[in-house]
Design a protein around this ligand. Structure first.
Ligand code: HEC
Length: 130
């Protein structure tokens, strides 16, 4: 292998490690934001609380709708929502004070971990729903 090729594969390896690391770091950041800001109501496994806080786990309203999840966090939510046949009529306070990056991380965490989705949202896209 020439030195140039070694150099290129070194860069490639470093870039792959960085990509893995940043995906992992975002998942952890999302979990941390969830624990701090959402878990009190939506519970540790996103199961919610019957008749009071709707579940995020298995909630088909939110699967792969990252813009909707982001908007709910930024603007809050009130009025009737039906989740898997059960009705909720509560109030979620707006949390616009969270940073775009924290909201993106928690949206991606909730969508992937609880709602079986895979669509990701970026901090720039969160900014656009504000
Ligand atoms: C103080 C309690 C509370 C906190 C904290 C809270 N929520 Fe909620 N959330 C609710 C309630 C209550 C509703 C339903 C509002 C309604 O009935 O209109 C809701 C609704 C939602 C919905 C819409 C569900 C649907 O089926 O349309 C999403 C998504 C959501 N919350 C995500 C989050 C995320 C993510 C966080 C943390 C960043 C969070 N919530 C923090 C109480 C809370």
């Amino acid at each position: 292998m020439t030195n140039m090729n070694k150099f290129k594969s070194g860069i490639f390896a470093a870039a792959s490690i960085f990509a893995l690391f940043s995906a992992g770091a975002q998942a952890d950041a999302g979990e941390a934001v969830y624990k701090k800001n959402c878990m009190a109501c939506h519970q540790a496994n996103g199961q919610g609380m019957a008749a009071v806080f709707p579940p995020l786990a298995g909630n088909s309203n939110i699967t792969d709708k990252p813009a909707y999840i982001a908007e709910t966090i930024v603007k809050g939510k009130s009025g009737k929502v039906t989740v898997n046949g059960a009705e909720y009529n509560g109030m979620m306070p707006p949390m616009a004070y969270l940073s775009d990056a924290d909201i993106a991380a928690v949206v991606n965490y909730v969508n992937r971990k609880f709602a079986s989705g895979s669509k990701e949202v970026s901090a720039a896209e969160v900014k656009a729903v504000r």
